[in-house]
Design a protein around this ligand. Sequence first.
Ligand code: NGQ
Ligand code: ZN
Length: 463
Amino acid sequence: MKHANRLWAADALLPEGWARNVSLAWDAQGRLTEVRSDTAAEPEQPRATGPLIPGMPNLHSHAFQRGFCGLTEYRGQTADSFWSWRELMYRCAGRIDPAQVEAIATWLYVEMLEAGYASVCEFHYLHHDPQGEPYPQGPEMAHAILRAAERTGMGMTLLPVLYQTSGFGGAPAHAGQRRFLHDTAAMLRLLDTLKPACDAQGARLGLAPHSLRAVPPASLTEALDGLDAIDPTAPIHIHIAEQVKEVEDCIAWSGLPPVRWLLEHAPVGPRWCLVHATHMTADEATDAARTGAVAGLCPTTEANLGDGLFDMAHWREGAGRWGIGSDSHSTVNAAEELQWLEYGLRLTTRQRNVMAEAGQPHVATAMTLAAVAGGAQASGRPVAGLAPGQQADFLELEPGHVALAGLPARDMLSAHVFGSHRTSAIRNVWVGGRSRVREGRHALRDAAAAAFVDVRRTLVAAS
Ligand code: NGQ
Ligand code: ZN
């Protein structure tokens, strides 16, 4: 479809639900200026052939980790775990350079755009050279990520990661972590340095204290104060309570589990994204949910790493918000994250359609709307779906896909999430009103894939 700033669709998923005969218009900045249902198409207005759904914000990504997917799926010791995976991940993190990160991220963002994500939050901690020295030309790794987003058209929230210690109580960082480290003043300078580049491409800049394992309390407070001075509404993301060992270590250190510790020592609220939050007591879950923070759920990574299942029941009791991320990228497919979130709940509750809502019985529709709203909040960008003032980030389902053909629009979305089994039912994708995927393909697909394969060959040869 030709680039245009108007589009008409017989069916579109708006924040309040499915609407018919919808006319969209957006301005030169890519913001929606009009979303009108029950209206006829104007003669010159391009028409979508399939239903439109909002582009999904991906709220958690470590781009470089796409570079070694498939290479950690063998038994290395009697009881492999998250922690043994992390050793292998550090080996990759230890040798990768900025050009390689750019190639991996470029391919990853092509994959994301083709798979239903229109923007991403990069939880970016691979800052320095392999010796742990800052790159002489400045934050080359962050610029590599920003360039990948710019080239592919991916919406970006850049979250430089503060990382200082290897465990609770100030345990010194390991050699494998030296590329990640900043003192707090250096991190705040980094944010200042990156702000103009982010602003120039419409990226949002936030901050990610890596975890309570990696950031001592005084640094956390100082960093958050410094962030407020730069941008008092900037997003804040933190990994929390992903593993039982982390919970036990936190209790041994402070007497409190991590989510409770955070609630008592930090101003947790709507700017916050609590990534994983897998292991919480019921009270921690409802109390954290009530702050308005977003739970950053990464179901396929959490499965891949053996983390555990999120306590959605208590999170929902606190009217909790949530979104999805592809994190380590063993799966890059928004629909599949939603499917696995629901399947995890079905397997544990022995019920069906767990994520349906009072006003929205169709699970895929309810989950898409919830994850877009939560993801937008966590991104700190106006990417909350098809409504005036939001970015024109949306996609068109392929009405000719065998799993979808002939169905009503809402069932097409259900079939996309629960019945298209890894074949893409996404036809066209627009980000900020610009067409980025046509007939299922991003323009950079072939070149980016070839560059990615080359980089991976080099990385594997060096291992
Ligand atoms: C990360 N990934 O920072 O890439 C982490 C592993 C850690 C996930 N938590 C490292 N999935 O948490 O120490
Ligand atoms: Zn992570």
